[in-house]
Design a protein. Sequence first.
Length: 333
Amino acid sequence: MTEWVEVLRALTTPNDAPLHGTIREDPNSQRDPVTFKTAGYRPMFVRAVDDCIVWLHGPATRVEYDGAPVFITDGTTAWDFTPDPQRPLMGPSDRVHYFGKNQFLIKRRSAAEWAGDDFTRPTGPITEETFLDRRCWTVELAPPERKPHPMRIWVDIETGRILGYRIDAVGVGAHYVDLTVGQPVDSSMFAWNGPTQTQQERQDELRRRSDDMKRHQAQWFADTVTAERLIARVPVDFTPTTVPVADEATGAFEGHNEHTMLARNPRSPDGSWAPRWGPLHYVWSTPDWDWAAAMNEVDIDDDTVHALQNALHPGVPVDRQRRIDPPRRGRVD
C-alpha cells in the first residue's frame, strides 16, 4: 500500500518533465469571485481559470487564455499581462501570487504549505488508478475546520503534479484535458521579448492617468459651470465633547470634538507655549491665557479664529497670534 509520505515527497520534489494541457472545470463549478486591494506596489497575480491553457517545465510557467498570454515566468523573471496585455508588468518571480481554487493545478505547494491544515491530511487509503491516461495516485484529503467537505486529488506518479481535484459533496472540481507530459517545450515559450513595464513605471503611469483625468474633469467644470473659486463659509462648532486634559488648579485644558480641537494654558512669559498637534493650528494670547484652536478636516483660517475669539473672550485684547503648520510642513507664521 502506498504511504502518504511517498505521495507527499512526489508533490514537493521538483520535476523537470514538461507538461502541457488545458484546465477544464467541472460543469457544476462556478468561478469564485476574487477581489483584492493592495497598498504600494501591485504584486503579480496568476489565476488558473476555466479553459486556460498551461505549459509547465520545472519552475517555468506559461498561462494563456483566449489565445493570449496572461502570465509567463522562466522561474526567475515573471511577466503579468493582466494590467496591460501589450506591456506586461515585469518583476521577480518571488512576487507572484497564485490564487483561485485551481491554483494548485499549476503551482506546487511547498512543504510548509503541506504542513498546514488546508486539505493536507488523508482521510483514507491511497489508491492507484489511471486518470487522464496517466498512472496516478488518488486520495481524499480532510478539510480544515473552516471548510465543510473533503477533497479528492489525483497526483501524477511520474511528475508529482496534481492533475485534477474534486469535492464530490458539492460537485466542484477541475482537471486537465488534452494533457501531454514529457514532450519538449521551446524555451521561448517561457520568455517575453516585447515591451514591458516595471512596478515603478506602472505606478507612474497610473498616477499620470489619474492626474490627467482630474485635470480634464476640473476643466469641464470650469468651462461648463464656472471658473471662479467657490468659497462658502459654514458654521463650525468648537464646543469640546471630550476634555481629556483639565487642570482644576489653573483652568488649563485640552478638549476636542469630532471636527475641532481647543486648548488654553496660563499665559507664558515669552509666548512660546503651543500644543503638540498634528493639524494646522493657531495660537494666540490674552492677558491671562495662551489659547490654541485647530480643525481636523480643513485648515483653520484667520476669519474662523477671529470669530472664535469673539465667542471665547469678547472684547479682550489679543496678541502674539501665530499660525503653525503641522511638522510635516514646518512653517510658523
